[in-house]
Each structure stands twice: as structure tokens, then as C-alpha cells.
Ligand binder design. Structure first.
Ligand code: BG6
Length: 498
């Protein structure tokens, strides 16, 4: 997981001794958050720093966090590790006593201590909060551990009045997804389950909804008559980052495409929902997934970076893809024959997260050959999904001076330029808050996940061979044939304006 290169922001916290008030007037009930995988990578990098910020900024209700994991450590040790991760990974600089106040709300019980010990730790934490306390179980654990955690929650009597946040991948194919969903549904109703896809918690991803549905300008041209193709391109510079065991069994398609890239694609491609509420949005997203054409292996380039097979924890003959590029199609009226190109991979030339909409070119040109018309690709609308989210619209304009020379110009918006730039919530913060609120709008459903796995079946049964690519590149050469006659937007010819 790449950490954003944003400068830490300082937030105005209540003065020491002042009576803190929670910022949300819809007063959320106090929560005990039971964090499974509490000493793992995600907890350290995102969850603990995120919870600390939510607590210190008073966006969250009163919380207690009960951490648990396979590590046999004490509450004091857990607090020390958490203090270090808040310092190292927190996007927001927390000042004053707020960090120590938060750390006092943490306790730890090793998973090996068993369900009774966990139940007791939760009881103690809940007693500090009051009768209306709710439980939020966050399963920051590998997929194969999810079932034993749910069994433990049942044994500990912690299912009632609780919600559960689950991390992807949700299964590894259609059969395993159905099985996992059925297993989860034996203990929890769908209402209690929050399948997290942190890309949907990114401000920039939600801004796609605002951009499309709060304006009359673009929606009329948001279809196959005006849009030539769409690219969702998420190259990463980072590599395995000590996650070899997870990654070897997962690969780029299951780690990124069937989750993040497809979810973002749904925001780009969905019909206008009838309301900004979970059921309406899920229904439109699920329609996109249902109209996804089965993924044909011939439309897919799988890659593996040079040196992957000698990484610690990787099989010397590993067939896991660390890169994938594919063309997909949506079989509906809006998008018929508009290709969607998706690409992501590890150890690539740059870390970027962009969605690029390429508009059709002008049907005729009155500009003479040599004027520059059409030489710099079509007009593009580009969304940057970084925390410092940006949107840009590129078009041809006249280069100043004599004659009629044309060049690509762009209009650009950046959240960083706005007064509310400091209010950006990190994706996990936003989603944890939504889960406490019981708001499923930005979460994925069992049905959506199953549709995606179903459409993935041809690829999973017959994956094309992995092709090597040099570290620091844009993937195997075959990516150019895949997208021809178009071209990948990345690397950008013109960088974003700062
Ligand atoms: C995670 C994947 O879900 O998303 C990682 O498991 C990937 O492999 C990460 O690096 C990317 O997320 P972000 O928010 O850092 O772009």
C-alpha cells in the first residue's frame, strides 16, 4: 500500500481539560471496535492511525478498541506499536494529549487466549462506554482466516448487535465467493456486513459521483456516442512489501482488478441512481457488473516483473501475475462497443491512479495538415484518484501567434486548491465511520462480488501465460497491441500542474 506523499496536516483539537464534544450531531452510539489482525500491516499503516485521527478530530463517537491477533503481546506493547504507527503513518498530525488519550482506549488480547478472554475484554471496554454501545468487528485478516474469526465471534457471543467489516478478496472464484457469503450469512445478515473496498472511500472516487450526477454538463455526453474508450490505470511503484505469502496466492487480478478497478469502473459506468442511498447505488453498480461481458483470456496481458521469482516467499516457478492489463466491455445501451482498458501492476515505472475518459474526435477538420490537429490524441477527461484528487479536461486550442497552430491545453481542478483540503478523510477513515453509521453506500454487496467472479471465470480457467517485464517499466510489450489503435495515457505527456 503506497502512503500518500501529503504533508501531515495539523488539526485543531480541543484544549486539554476542555469538555470534548463529538462533531456529529446525529450522535452515533459509542462503539467497541474489535480489531482482528491488530498488529498486521494494514492496522499499522491505515487503521490505527485512521482511528486515532477520527477519535482526536471528534468525528467518531466514543470508542474503545480491542485489538487481537496471533501475536502474543500485552496491551502495553500494543499501545507502543500503535503510538509508533500513528507517528509514522498518520496523514494528519495529531497534537497535544490526543494521541495518548486515544492509546488509553486501546486494549489487547491475543487470539490464542480464546473466545472467553475476547468476550471479557469486550465486556470491560463496553462497560466504560454505556448501555447503548455497539460492536464493530474489523477483520483485517487474510481471507482464509475470516471463517475462524467468525466462528470465534459466535463462540464469544459477540455477533448480536454488531457489524462486521471484511477485507477483500471476497473469495477467489465464483464457487468460493458463494461459499464464503453463505458462511458469513449463517451468522450475520447482509445488513450487518460491510465488505470494504478502500478505493471507494477515496474522496476522488466519490467525486466521480458528484461530477457525473450533480452537474448537467457531462452526463448527456457520457455514453457511446461521445466517448471513444475509457482507461482505468493504477500502476504502482511498490513491490510485495513483505506480503509475499498473500500476494503469491492472490496476484494482480484478484488483489486489484476484481476489487478496486472494477468498483471504480462501476462508478464511471453506472446509470444515475434514483437516490444517494445504499440500495439505489448498489443496484446500479450491480447492473454494471451484470452487463460486464465475460473476460476473454485473449483480451488479457499478464506480466511478472523480473526478479519476482527470487523474492523471499515466492516459488521459483511462480505463475502469479504481478501485472495485468485487460480490455473489458459492457453489454448495455450506454456502453455498447466502448472498450474499457484496465491496467495495474507492481514495481512499475510510476505510482499513479487515474481514470481517463477519451472523447471521440471531431468528425471533420477544417484545419490544414501540419496544424497539429489530432496529433496529441483525443480530448480527455482525467480523474486522479490520489488523496490530493484532481480532475483535468484536455482539448485542442490555438497556440498564440501567427497562423493557426493547434496544441493541447487543459483545465484542471485540484482538491488541494480548495479551502476544505484539510478535511479530506483518508479512505479507511471515511469507511470506518460509514460502517459505524450503518451506511452501506460505499461498500460492495455479495451479489456484486458474485457477478464479478462469474464474469471472470473464462480468465481464471485459462489464464494466458505470464510475460516478463523489467522493473520500473510500464509492463510487457504486449500492452501496446492490447490497446491499439489507441495508446495508454500513462506516462503523461504533460504532468499535472502543481
Ligand atoms: C490494496 C492492495 O488493496 O491496495 C495492494 O492489496 C495495493 O496490493 C493497494 O498496493 C493500493 O492502494 P492505495 O490506496 O495505496 O492506492
Amino acid at each position: 500500500m503506497a502512503s500518500e506523499a501529503l504533508p501531515p496536516q495539523t488539526i485543531a483539537y480541543p484544549a486539554p481539560g476542555a469538555q470534548p464534544y463529538r462533531r456529529d450531531p446525529e450522535a452515533l452510539e459509542p462503539h467497541v471496535i474489535v480489531l482482528f489482525g491488530a498488529t498486521g500491516d494494514l492496522a499499522k499503516r491505515k487503521l490505527i492511525p485512521g482511528l486515532a485521527h477520527l477519535d482526536a478530530s471528534l468525528l467518531a463517537p466514543n470508542v474503545r478498541v480491542v485489538g487481537t491477533s496471533l501475536d502474543d503481546c500485552s496491551t502495553d506493547h500494543f499501545r507502543d506499536v500503535s503510538r509508533a504507527s500513528i507517528r509514522e503513518f498518520g496523514n494528519h498530525k495529531i497534537t497535544g494529549p490526543a494521541t495518548e488519550d486515544f492509546l488509553h482506549q486501546l486494549s489487547y488480547v491475543p487470539t490464542s487466549a480464546g473466545p472467553e478472554a475476547l468476550a471479557e475484554a469486550v465486556r470491560v471496554a463496553a462497560a466504560q462506554l454505556g448501555d447503548d454501545t455497539r460492536l464493530l468487528h474489523y477483520l483485517s485478516v487474510p481471507p482464509k482466516a475470516a471463517e475462524s474469526v467468525i466462528t470465534m465471534l459466535n463462540d464469544a457471543g459477540l455477533v448480536e448487535n454488531s457489524r462486521i467489516v471484511m477485507e477483500k478478496p471476497f473469495g477467489t472464484d465464483l464457487a468460493s465467493a458463494i461459499e464464503l457469503n453463505a458462511f458469513v450469512h449463517r451468522s450475520f445478515t447482509e445488513d450487518q456486513v460491510f465488505r470494504i473496498d478502500h478505493f471507494l472511500g477515496k474522496e476522488a472516487a466519490q467525486n466521480i459521483l458528484a461530477f457525473r450526477f450533480a452537474n448537467g454538463l457531462f452526463e448527456p455526453i457520457w455514453n457511446r456516442n461521445f466517448i471513444d474508450h475509457v482507461q482505468i490505470d493504477i500502476p504502482e511503484e511498490l513491490g510485495l512489501d513483505q506480503r509475499a505469502a498473500f500476494y503469491e496466492a492472490t496476484g494482480a487480478y484478484k488483489d486489484m482488478v476484481v476489487t478496486h478497478l472494477m468498483q471504480v469502473m462501476a462508478f464511471v459506468a453506472m446509470e444515475p441512481p434514483t437516490a444517494l442511498e445504499p440500495r439505489a447505488i448498489s443496484e446500479e453498480k450491480n447492473k454494471v457488473f451484470r452487463s460486464l461481458l465475460p473476460i476473454r483470456p485473449t483480451d488479457v496481458v499478464r506480466g511478472q516483473y523480473d526478479g519476482y521469482r527470487t523474492e523471499d516467499g515466492v516459488a521459483p516457478d511462480s505463475d502469479t501475475e504481478t501485472f495485468i492489463a485487460l480490455q473489458v466491455g459492457l453489454d448495455n445501451w450506454r456502453w455498447a462497443n466502448v472498450p474499457f482498458y484496465l491496467r495495474t501492476g507492481k514495481r512499475m515505472a510510476e505510482g499513479q491512479r487515474i481514470i481517463s475518459i477519451a472523447f471521440k474526435e471531431a468528425p471533420r477538420s477544417m484545419f490544414p495538415p501540419g496544424s497539429g490537429i489530432g496529433t496529441e490524441g483525443p480530448d480527455h477527461l482525467t480523474f486522479d484518484l490520489a488523496d490530493s484528487s484532481k480532475v483535468s479536461l484536455s482539448f485542442y486550442g490555438k497556440r498564440p501567434g501567427p497562423g493557426m497552430r493547434l496544441e493541447k491545453l487543459s483545465m484542471q481542478f485540484s482538491t488541494q486548491e480548495t479551502e476544505s483540503a484539510d478535511d479530506v478523510l483518508e479512505a479507511y477513515e471515511r469507511l470506518i465511520l460509514d460502517a459505524m453509521r450503518g451506511d452501506h453506500t460505499l461498500f460492495t454487496t455479495a451479489e456484486g462480488i458474485e457477478s464479478l467472479w462469474e464474469r471472470s471465470t473464462p480468465l481464471l480457467l485459462d489464464p494466458p501465460p505470464v510475460r516478463r517485464y523489467p522493473q520500473g517499466s510500464w509492463g510487457p510489450n504486449a500492452i501496446h497491441q492490447l490497446i491499439a489503435p489507441h495508446a495508454w495515457r500513462l506516462p503523461f505527456e504533460r504532468v499535472w500542474r502543481e
